[in-house]
Design a protein around this ligand. Structure first.
Ligand SMILES: Nc1ncnc2c1ncn2[C@@H]1O[C@H](COP(=O)(O)OP(=O)(O)O)[C@@H](O)[C@H]1O
Ligand SMILES: [Mg+2]
Length: 402
């Protein structure tokens, strides 16, 4: 079936839409044929409105209501464009993550999360059933609700024959990780003892905040790592940043811009110029990702997300991760910019077939820490009566096909 997935990540840089032909729910051997993906920019006013809702800003119910509708309408327009361009105007299901404006975590426990992008606006525009609110059920079951990438990552590694049983002596089944470098960085890592999926901390969000603040919003990010390349890492500040308690928490764990918010750096007296500050923040991302993966002895890391476009970040990551090989998700068949859109398509496809959207961790819980894996999301009927297929089975693997 043709499933259209979309998400706007913590960077709030645009709406990532991916159109996939998915199959195999009945056998557990899933296939995903990528039909096309594109990122649609938010309108400047909606982006500004969304950013204005994020912590530490105070907000109103009126602002949340307005942005829910405006975001929903822009997501709907993006989805319809993608359906027209990549699926000749006809698809079966839409999966919309929306824009997270709050991820409620306290003491390492997730209690809730709020995504904007009213599904009714999407149904009205596309006529299709919509799966939305994909994190809440997992959180209600004691999970972090994030990252959800672990599902797709583990299935992709299994399809590539990269997940061993027990202490496999074969290098091709040695521990591996997938890494997404969005506003926040998240990893999925396989090991002989099971699989873990968790947020390591900031990827781009602190870099973006520093650049945006230094340029009064003229630049939103460190384009091609130019500032980081021109600056020098300040070891003293780096040490202080590394003392953040989040980095020492055990997995599963998740975080967001409630913690690593726009004013996060304001409490650090540093007196650094913007280039040195960005170099230090770029190093922070590289070090925290490498430290988080260190216990697993991975041989390969497949990176995705906008951070892959930052050559300084990738160089520093490669240096800290050595001797492991740093490559990108393209090697697993999913382009770095499109992976999260396809992930949403996969999650919704599982929901549609009554299949949990999170996999077991191999140790008795779900990858997100929920008591057991749950079917995710909320389904809004499309123009036609809602008819769900026979339930499928928990998937074993996900093969990306041409
Ligand atoms: N050419 C580039 N140079 C440096 N950083 C980039 C570049 N392109 C994208 N990025 C970074 O990637 C971020 C967007 O990545 P994305 O994967 O969309 O994150 P999210 O999932 O949080 O939206 C931008 O905010 C920016 O920090
Ligand atoms: Mg993005």
């Amino acid at each position: 079936m043709i499933v259209v997935g979309c998400i706007s990540g913590t960077s709030v840089d645009g709406i990532d839409v991916a159109v996939a032909d998915l199959g195999g729910a009945d056998s557990g051997q899933l296939t995903l044929r990528p039909l096309g993906a594109r990122t649609y920019p938010w309108s400047p006013s909606t982006r500004a409105g969304l950013l204005a809702l994020l912590p530490p800003a105070p907000t109103t119910a009126e602002a949340v209501c307005r942005l829910d509708i405006l975001a929903g309408e822009e997501i709907a327009a993006a989805l319809q464009s993608a359906i027209d361009e990549f699926a000749s105007g006809s698809a079966d299901l839409v999966v919309s993550h929306g824009q997270t404006i709050f991820h409620w975590v306290e003491g390492g426990v997730a209690y809730g999360g709020l995504q904007l992008g009213q599904p009714a606006a999407i149904v009205e525009r596309t006529g299709l059933p919509v799966v939305s609110d994909v994190r809440s059920r997992d959180i209600a079951a004691g999970g972090q609700g994030a990252p959800l990438a672990g599902t797709m990552d583990l299935l992709l590694l299994r399809a590539a024959g990269r997940v061993g049983r027990g202490t496999s002596p074969y290098r091709d089944q040695a521990p591996r990780a997938l890494l997404n470098l969005g506003g926040i960085a998240n990893v999925t890592v396989t090991s002989p003892h099971g699989t873990a999926a968790f947020d390591t901390g900031p990827a781009n969000c602190l870099i973006d905040a520093a650049v945006s603040s230094a340029t009064s919003g003229v630049q939103a990010y460190d384009a091609d790592g130019r500032l980081a390349a021109a600056g020098r890492v300040d070891q003293a500040l780096l040490e202080r940043l590394l003392a953040e308690p989040y980095f020492a928490l055990p997995a599963p764990k998740s975080t967001g811009r409630e913690l690593f918010r726009a004013d996060y750096l304001a409490s650090y007296e540093h007196g650094l110029g913007i280039a040195d500050l960005v170099a230090t923040l770029t190093e922070l991302t590289a070090v925290t990702v490498a430290d988080a993966l260190a216990p697993y002895n991975v041989v390969e890391i497949y990176a995705s997300g906008g951070g892959v476009r930052n050559p300084v970040l990738m160089d520093r990551l490669a240096a800290h991760l050595t001797p492991a090989r740093l490559t990108t998700s393209d090697e697993l068949g999913l382009p770095v910019d499109d992976k999260e859109g396809y992930l949403m398509a996969l999650i919704g496809y599982l929901t549609w077939h009554g299949i949990p959207g999170v996999l077991p961790d191999g140790g008795g819980r779900s990858l997100t820490g929920a008591r057991t894996p749950r079917v995710l999301g909320r389904i809004s009927p499309g123009d036609r009566p809602l008819r769900l297929p026979e339930p499928g089975v928990t998937p074993r693997s996900l093969r990306v096909v041409d």
